[in-house]
Design a protein around this ligand. Structure first.
Ligand code: ATP
Ligand code: MG
Length: 447
């Protein structure tokens, strides 16, 4: 194994090279998301990894952690300030405007990819990380919130993740949020000296963020802070009621979280996070980095980018954190390993290999070492069966199929394997018929 020397460049702090079981878990998260988003008819979209800095600065808010200290911003050779995307939503909103996607509204979008934040790296927190992301743009109805949350819930369930609960809050409409904000400023001003430095600084500009603080000095005041419910307009309350009754009807479990606010300024109405239950295995696996999915309604965002007032709702979930919860995933199932013995046999293998693969049967060829080495390779790869092709087999027009579990063998006509009209399951059944390792359909007695 090649070791790196002191001359070898190191990976950037907070980035990861993902391989093996972790990479399989990562792929499983993305595949599950892709499958579920199609059931909900979200349209796949791809977006640039970088944008003009103002895209993020204007929409996310100057007082947020992301804009104030986490962005990777740089000047390009043309002197323009660009930023590696720290989140999806702002860039998607920009794309919606610059491409005139109003014509598709309401539009349901799904994407995934890398994001970049200058954070202190630790378990579940990286400088390059990845998210799956879903947005509904141009829908003001609470049904959009419900659909989006039902999809999030289904993705998490289909990943087999348990003991994770949807924490749900409303931030009200613009007026409710303003009134609540003023009350929070009054409340926290009375204890200002006891708050963290950061919260003291944010008190006037963004008091909601104090509710989200991880600092104990702030947290002691959060429980008694004014609650949004006292400031909700009738409309905002009715909206929230529709969301919660829609979730109940859809069978999505949720829990009211009155202090839940989202880090970004642009949220209105619905705000939510999926968080592992305290003391659960999921909570242990993630340590203190516990939120796996977060989002909400951002009716004000597109306007802040200079577009028309546009209601929208979305969420994003960290793929690495989800992957940590799905546990080890094995590489995909290997069905057959072809073992040629001699040059003529290798030529034939070159035909059989693509035939099996194009039928949809996972197949590899062992081409290194003697017969024994090749058999070992087939065994250690975890294949179901070895297909051995030697001199004798070439003469008879048949191959030897060896079930690697039972050790039983049978010979099969090469022409049948190469016949492309015969599909995967029929070919597998033909090859494995009568061999004892597993029960195959169309079991026949061996000749
Ligand atoms: P946190 O409170 O953990 O910093 P956040 O509020 O900054 O999270 P969001 O911007 O809402 O996170 O991103 C949504 C999800 O993306 C998070 O719930 C998490 O799963 C994932 N995520 C965010 N930042 C990181 C990171 N630095 N490394 C890995 N995953 C991340
Ligand atoms: Mg963060």
């Amino acid at each position: 194994m090649a070791k790196s020397s002191s001359k070898t460049p190191q990976a950037i702090r907070g980035t990861q090279d993902i391989f093996g079981a972790d990479a399989e878990a990562f792929a499983f998260v993305v595949e599950t998301f892709e499958r579920v988003r199609k059931l909900y008819r979200f349209r796949r979209a791809e977006f640039p990894v970088f944008e003009r800095t103002e895209v993020f600065a204007r929409s996310i808010g100057e007082t947020t952690d992301i804009v104030s200290k986490e962005m990777y911003s740089f000047e390009d050779r043309g002197g323009e300030s660009l930023t590696l995307r720290p989140e999806f939503t702002a860039g998607i909103a920009r794309a919606y405007l610059t491409n005139g996607w109003q014509q598709h509204a309401p539009v349901k979008l799904a994407t995934h990819g890398p994001l970049f934040r200058y954070e202190r790296p630790q378990k579940g927190r990286y400088r390059q990380f990845h998210q799956i992301d879903a947005e509904i743009i141009g829908a003001a109805e609470p049904q959009a919130d419900v659909e989006l949350l039902a999809m999030a819930d289904q993705v998490i369930r289909e990943l087999g993740i348990v003991d994770v609960t949807l924490h749900l809050n409303t931030l009200g409409d613009g007026d409710s949020r303003e009134a609540w904000r003023a009350a929070l400023i009054d409340y926290f001003r009375a204890v200002e000296g006891q708050l963290s430095e950061e919260s003291q600084e944010r008190l006037e500009k963004n008091p909601l963020r104090i509710l989200d603080s991880k600092d104990r000095r702030d947290q002691q005041f959060v429980a008694d802070a004014p609650k949004i419910d006292a400031f909700l307009s009738d409309e905002a309350r009715a909206f929230f009621d529709s969301v919660t009754s829609g979730l109940d009807a859809a069978g999505v479990k949720w829990k009211r979280a009155e202090s839940l606010v989202r880090g970004l300024d642009y949220y209105r109405h619905t705000a939510f996070e999926f968080i592992p239950d305290e003391g659960s295995a999921a909570a242990n696996a993630l340590g203190s980095q516990s939120t796996i999915l977060g989002g909400g309604r951002y009716d004000g965002l597109i306007e802040s980018l200079g577009g028309p007032a546009t209601p929208a709702v979305g969420w994003a979930a960290g793929i690495e954190r989800l992957a940590m919860l799905v546990g080890e995933k094995n590489e995909s199932w290997l069905e057959f390993v072809l073992i040629p013995v001699g040059e003529a046999a290798e030529g034939l293998c070159a035909q059989i290999l693509p035939a099996l693969r194009s039928k949809g049967l996972s197949t590899e060829m062992a081409y290194r070492g003697n017969l024994k080495k090749r058999m070992q390779r087939a065994n250690s790869a975890g294949a179901e069966a070895a297909i051995i092709i030697g001199e004798e087999e070439l003469v008879s027009g048949k191959v030897t199929v060896r079930d690697l579990k039972s050790g039983e063998q049978a010979s099969r006509p090469i022409d049948d394997i190469l016949d492309r009209r015969v599909g995967a399951s029929a070919t597998r059944a033909m090859l494995m018929a009568g061999l004892g390792g597993r029960i195959y359909e169309h079991k026949t007695t061996q000749s």
